[in-house]
Design a protein around this ligand. Structure first.
Ligand SMILES: [Zn+2]
Length: 278
């Protein structure tokens, strides 16, 4: 009986000493916003790190409001990765008291025709190389013991992105594409294309009747046969536009949220294939 009590006491002490986080995952936590950065960060970090997305699947990042609990967990994460250029300012604003990695730091932003900063930099393979390197540097600074493995995987990823950028350069052609959400400016730049959008940079609201009428007329006058649409945009607008000008709707991935269980690179290659259809 005495031996049993000692054994029981030993088990209780062992359990008491082992720190258990709420989700039971003992690995360092890295929090990210945009889904593309979740994929990039997960690839570089590997199994040593628990990468978590603070934007729930299917949520709209452009007008997302974090909960108090999410903000608290961001304060305690080993690394916080933001995209920057305004798309996740809501997180930057509440995390002024801690260091964060802004993946777009040091990369020249694209301006729209109206002079607004386009935040969708992750949709360019060229810019994604620089973003990956920024993320890798932040991971290494926070977890230097894993520096070699982080760097090896970052080199693998950037080599694949460089190959994808070469594909863009090889397929570059002039032309105008019509999209619902104005998210593909960086990728269109890489492909030599000009983007004409239905709903503006942040997919907010709907176009006015006059804007829609002008776009329908443009599509008719220029023989537009495809309307490129993303899932977060209003499908009714894309359907109206496609119907009025006899075009088909072609889906694209914005990678702002998880889509179809596909990796970042696979979605990027998918978008390039669709935007360069003959
Ligand atoms: Zn967007």
């Amino acid at each position: 009986m005495k031996k049993l009590l000692i054994l029981l006491l030993a088990v209780i002490l062992l359990c008491a000493c082992k720190p258990i986080l709420p989700d039971g995952d003992l690995r360092p936590e890295v929090a990210v916003t945009v889904n593309a950065l979740y994929d990039i960060t997960s690839y570089i970090a590997g199994d040593a790190v628990n990468v978590v997305s603070v934007i729930p699947d299917g949520a709209e990042i452009h007008d997302y409001s974090p909960t108090a609990r999410q903000i608290e967990s961001l304060r305690t994460a080993a690394v916080v990765v933001l995209s920057g250029l305004g798309v996740d300012d809501v997180f930057a604003n509440v995390l002024r008291d801690r260091e964060v990695c802004v993946a777009s730091d040091g990369i020249a932003p694209r301006l729209t025709d109206t002079g607004a900063v386009d935040p969708h930099m992750w949709l360019s393979p060229t810019d994604a190389i620089a973003m990956s390197r920024n993320i890798c540097a932040a991971l290494i600074a926070a977890m230097p013991d894993h520096a070699a493995e982080f760097q090896t995987r970052c080199d693998e990823l950037t080599a694949e992105l460089a190959t994808t950028a070469e594909v863009c350069a090889a397929r570059a052609k002039s032309g105008v594409i019509v999209t619902t959400h104005e998210a593909f400016g960086y990728l269109c730049r890489d492909l030599g294309l000009t983007q004409l959008s239905v709903s503006g940079l942040y997919a907010e609201g709907e176009p006015s009747a006059r804007q829609l009428a002008e776009l329908i007329q443009y599509c008719k006058d220029n023989g537009v046969t495809r309307i490129y649409a993303e899932s977060a945009a209003n499908p009714a607008v894309a359907e109206t536009l496609a119907r009025e000008c006899g075009a088909e709707i072609v889906p694209l991935y914005t990678m702002e949220s998880a889509e179809g269980g596909m990796s970042y690179i696979r979605r990027l290659q998918y978008d390039i294939d669709r935007l360069t259809l003959g």
